[in-house]
Design a protein around this ligand. Structure first.
Ligand code: ATP
Ligand code: SKM
Ligand code: MG
Length: 193
């Protein structure tokens, strides 16, 4: 029996078998803009042959580019994001990469945790400064120091809403290895299934 810390703890214990439970669950990545959610979701999907849904990509494809949606208002973007997250959360066995601000609306995290194992991608702030591409991230374009403010505001939320943390301070492969180790140890991942 697997004990999972955090929200929506017991869907695993209720399922007939661990394997069945694991295969029906989504793997959800949350974390700061530029922390590596999109990148690691793709690498993990190659490793596990699961599909990726990247909510920022779905938004862009269906509603237009993110900076333009923010031009209407942040609330306009957030409503769209919530609807995209709601739909993405209905999937089974998918890897869901979220936008950095998904944690700012608790209903998003409710949807994602219903059948999601939620991983916080924790990338040190110095590395976010170095690598984050601010052009497509409207909340960061006016002032790079805003990253620190967002980090301080959101860190407690990323912790609160995640079941596990990936310390993305080494190579991308090391980060993927951390996912695999947790999925094997806690959820019975075998042969990448
Ligand atoms: N472990 C790592 N080593 C080197 N570069 C990394 C690592 N993790 C992420 N990066 C780089 O950081 C940048 C941002 O990553 P990515 O776009 O995946 O972030 P994100 O969390 O999806 O951001 P957003 O919330 O804005 O969508 C990319 O250039 C990616 O290659
Ligand atoms: O941190 C945020 O609030 C955001 C991060 C990006 O992934 C996009 O979802 C959008 O730019 C908002
Ligand atoms: Mg992304």
């Amino acid at each position: 029996m697997v004990h999972v810390n955090g929200p929506n703890k017991n869907s695993f214990t209720a399922m007939a078998s661990l394997k069945q439970a694991f295969q029906s669950h989504n793997i959800v990545l949350i974390g700061m803009p530029g922390s590596g959610k999109t990148t690691l979701a793709k690498l993990l999907s190659e490793h596990m042959t699961r599909q990726v849904v990247d909510t920022d990509v779905v938004i862009t494809q269906n509603y237009g580019d993110i900076p333009s949606l923010f031009t209407v208002s942040e609330d306009h973007f957030r409503k769209i994001e919530t609807e995209v997250i709601r739909k993405a959360s209905l999937a089974h066995g998918t890897i869901i990469a979220t936008g950095g601000g998904a944690v700012t609306r608790p209903e998003n995290m409710d949807y994602l945790a219903r059948r999601g194992i939620v991983f916080f991608i924790d990338r040190p702030i110095e590395l976010l400064y170095q690598e984050v591409e601010i052009k497509d991230r409207p909340l960061l374009t006016d002032n790079r120091d805003h990253i620190l403010e967002l980090y301080n505001q959101r860190l407690p939320l990323y912790r609160q809403f995640s079941h596990h943390t990936i310390n993305n301070c080494g190579t991308k492969k090391e980060a993927v290895d951390q996912f695999v180790a947790i999925l094997k140890e806690k959820y019975g991942l075998q042969n990448n299934q």
